[in-house]
Design a protein around this ligand. Structure first.
Ligand code: GDP
Length: 298
């Protein structure tokens, strides 16, 4: 991801090398190129406008620094603005003060929720937590089984409706899981919810009902970075329909152009908290805006 954006920005900065001072025309030309690079990377237009505006203002206003040449100065500004639109500081999970911490996952089918649930459980285990996975996705016939398989891969208990007991309803399953976690001393409960191929009212209602039943400490919206501009639209719909505290970007290992990663925090005002970047259970980590910005400008 970001290969094209990285290359385009590198070319832009190359043109500034050797300049002693930046003229107004240099700044305009650079801003234009950054704008094109971001639009090509599928960054949402309002985000591009804000970004380029901020870079331009700062480039004009910046004191000439003895330590940095003009190209370095622009790179520094772009770096800092990238960190800002990516959400600023790394946002860490908030754990409940008493009782199990409840993390609810929401998102479209295929976003990578079930995979992510297991990755998050493994990550929490490595942090010394005792997580439990909850199969509250009862829509897709295979979802419970898939979560059980993934849970087994990472050695984490999966709470699922009893076989032979009908399908059950996801709200009751989610509610019962919290009681079970208290009894079995699991300190983090990760509730996987149903996704649909597209946004629909029923999906939003079910997710909201589960949210009301389990009162999560964190609702995480899981979104596939490969869906580009659609990621932003979906993120906005889930924000209105269900609400969430943070975003998880999946499939960052793909060849997405990166627009989703760059737009979502800025447009929704919610931080990207985790990134999932591969099929392996360990391909997952906290999302660090500063590291991502450095990667883009590498
Ligand atoms: P769900 O419908 O939201 O539960 O999505 P799944 O967890 O079933 O994931 C859908 C597909 O995406 C599966 O084939 C996963 O193996 C794949 N997948 C999930 N996360 C990643 C990721 O970070 N990178 C890649 N390359 N594939 C992923």
């Amino acid at each position: 991801m970001f290969a094209t954006l990285s290359d385009r920005l590198a070319d832009t900065f190359k043109n500034l090398r050797g300049k002693g001072r930046l003229s107004e025309a240099d700044i305009d030309a650079t801003a234009r190129e950054i704008r094109i690079a971001l639009l090509e990377a599928d960054v949402a237009l309002p985000v591009v406008k804000e970004f380029v505006g901020a870079v331009k203002d700062r480039a004009r206003g910046e004191e000439v620094s003895g330590a940095l040449n003009p190209a370095q100065q622009i790179i520094k500004i772009v770096n800092e603005e990238l960190v800002t639109i990516l959400g600023g500081e790394t946002r860490r999970l908030r754990y409940a003060k008493t009782g199990p911490t409840v993390i609810m996952l929401a998102g479209l089918q295929g976003a990578g929720k079930t995979t992510l649930a297991a990755k998050l459980a493994l990550w929490l285990k490595e942090q010394g937590k005792a997580p439990m996975l909850v199969a509250a996705d009862l829509q897709r016939p295979n979802a419970v089984k898939q979560l059980q398989v993934n849970g087994e891969r990472v050695g984490v208990t999966v709470f699922a409706p009893e076989p032979g007991n009908g399908v059950g309803d996801p709200v009751s399953v989610a509610r019962a899981s919290i009681e079970q976690a208290k009894r079995t001393l699991h300190d983090v409960v990760i509730v996987d919810t149903a996704g649909r191929l597209g946004i629909d009212a029923e999906l939003m209602k079910q997710a909201s009902d589960i949210r009301d039943a389990v009162d999560p400490d964190e609702v995480l919206f899981v979104v596939d970075a490969m869906i580009g501009q659609d990621a932003v639209t979906t993120a906005q719909s889930f924000l209105e329909g269900v609400g969430y505290d943070g975003v998880v970007l999946t499939k960052l290992d793909g060849d997405a152009r990166g627009g989703a990663a760059l737009s979502i925090a800025s447009i929704t005002g919610k931080p990207v908290m985790f990134a999932s970047n591969g099929e392996k259970m360990t391909d997952f980590d906290l999302f660090h805006p500063d590291r991502m910005a450095s990667r883009i400008l590498d």
